[in-house]
Design a protein around this ligand. Sequence first.
Ligand SMILES: Cc1cc2nc3c(=O)[nH]c(=O)nc-3n(C[C@H](O)[C@H](O)[C@H](O)COP(=O)(O)O)c2cc1C
Length: 364
Amino acid sequence: MMPNATKETVLEQLVATAIRAPSGDNTQPWHFVLDRGRNRIAVYVDEAKDRSPMNAGQHMAAIACGAAVENMLRMAGDRGWEARLEARSDAALAVISLEHAGEDGDANGKAEETIASRVTNRRLYDGRPTSPELLARLKSETPVLENVSTHWIDGPERLLQLASVMGRADGLIYSEKPRRRAILSHIRFDAACDAEVEDGLSVSSLEASAAELIAIRTMFRGPNWLFKLSGAPHLLGLRACKLVKSASGLCMVVAPEAPRTPYMDLLVGRAMQRAWLSLHASGLAVQPMMSLVVLESLLNQGDPELMGSHEDEISRALCTEFRALIPEVGNGRPAFLMRFGFAPPPSGRTGRRLLSAVTTVVSS
Ligand SMILES: Cc1cc2nc3c(=O)[nH]c(=O)nc-3n(C[C@H](O)[C@H](O)[C@H](O)COP(=O)(O)O)c2cc1C
């Protein structure tokens, strides 16, 4: 049995590690219920935290919760605690139960250090290729997780082809005002540029030029016709294209086409976080680039903003083009996409809400 003296601190320390996970626009859409009597942590998606169209179906939120779960499982392993993950069909997404796995634990702190320093880096990367040895290590550290697989895409030709599609998707994702509004509402123009904001995105973490920031603040508010007339979608697309071209490679998490359950999203989040932590521990910079994944998801769900519109047709064509470039997907679906490469540290990073704001403690 776990000694009482350490019970509280272990559960709370695990959640402190969980909340360092990435989440769409740093919305932190999670809630944790700590049961001290049973040494369990129940993980819930907090649906109110992200109502943006990009999170339709709460898929992105469940992916973020999956990353938080992966953080806890890693830290528990590092501390010498045996942690068991249980999928749930009630309101909780998952429950982690802890059992004692060693008298004093054998923490070396490596997992915690990597989890705490992991960050999104939106800079241009330097285009250096990764060595075959490094790629082989990344592959070996990211085996299939239940039915969810992780794929590593590299080589200048493939990156060039994918950069073009991913760039156009970035331009397209902002073609509808509600989607532009959602991103704008998460950028913390109200705080100092380099502040580690408790939620949302600090301005410096965007790595945008002064002109780009002015364009975002003004153009994102305007009507669709003005946004398109200004050439903003094209410029956004070019920027994303450049970002992909500057990368050493792309990492893609593939999930089965069905079932599209919250637990499947959780597995995607766990696989993504495994890959991100491996990349980070190897000194590589990472940025999720989710426009195509989100577009596909919106199309599948019949997004009312898209249905029957010209954008709907363009989005479908783009997704078909994308699929043709990624044979790794097979009968599955691309569920997470991120670029990686070599770059200086980002100009800014985000903070997190206080632990007390995302936890409830019960004693059963
Ligand atoms: C589901 C999901 C989708 C994301 N999509 C993007 C994206 O499309 N572009 C991007 O730059 N960052 C994306 N991110 C990264 C988040 O913005 C980032 O994790 C968050 O702001 C917290 O910052 P941190 O990763 O530096 O801790 C995504 C993260 C998650 C978990």
